[in-house]
Design a protein around this ligand. Sequence first.
Ligand code: NAP
Length: 263
Amino acid sequence: MQCSPCLVVALSATLVALGMLILWLYGRTPTRYGKHAEEETGEKPPEQKPRRLHLPAKCAWFLQELPAFLVPVLLLALRSPPRFAPLGCRLLGGMFCGHYFHRTFIYSLLTRGRPFPLQTLLSGMLFCVYNGFLQGYYMVYCAEYPDDWCNDIRFTSGILLFLFGMGINIHSDFLLRQLRKPGELTYKIPQGGLFVYVSGANFLGEILEWFGYAIATWCLPAFAFALFTVCFVGPRAYHHHRYYLRKFTGYPRSRKALIPFIF
Ligand SMILES: NC(=O)c1ccc[n+]([C@@H]2O[C@H](COP(=O)([O-])OP(=O)(O)OC[C@H]3O[C@@H](n4cnc5c(N)ncnc54)[C@H](OP(=O)(O)O)[C@@H]3O)[C@@H](O)[C@H]2O)c1
């Protein structure tokens, strides 16, 4: 395989367009999994709606996220001649695959989420193949960095932002898990960490993480993915916030949806 700049631009532009479409679609009605899975769309009474197939959350998250880890790892491993040393490959391995290693093998094992709709799982899987290929292909076949990139402010600040975001994301998902005993499926008011300021603390962490990756790698595919993440998890944070305000009369009024003190 050779680097095709046209392919990189086309796939990145498609990712941004997909993000915009998702923002438009899910800005008003939430993505139908987790706490929004059973919400009414208003067209049909619930007893007339076809029942959707579901998978246990642990299994669904594992299957959904696995391609985002596996595809870049395979691209790295199968490249001939092998190419692990360049900085682009090390960034891909350490940051992108590190995140998806955690999401695939650790988050999925620990989750106490409710069963996950098969349809959402399949589209999530497809997305992970697409994005795993785009990020992997760019880093393995196209990325080139100057020798002193490790001393560049974009590299250091990007890595720090990525680690900061990852810390917030993992800690916030941990706090959400602690709200339930094993087997329990009820929703409670999230407490502690950045949940003091926002309803979507885990989503805020995820966004910071991918902007950190984009800054450290300074490339089009990574910025496209960071933008996509805002378009996907931003509306989800907003709908979670509205859900909490509806459900809990004592929900903290000063708490915002996604950006502390602002939104
Ligand atoms: N990069 C991207 O584009 C992208 C896209 C989607 C997700 N993600 C990441 O994937 C992770 C999971 O996403 P998600 O959409 O499932 O997040 P979520 O809706 O916040 O749910 C996370 C977990 O916490 C549980 N939970 C949520 N609110 C709760 C509450 N009030 N009380 C008790 N338990 C609660 C959920 O259970 P239920 O399942 O039963 O609701 C689920 O197991 C997040 O870290 C997110 O950032 C990334």
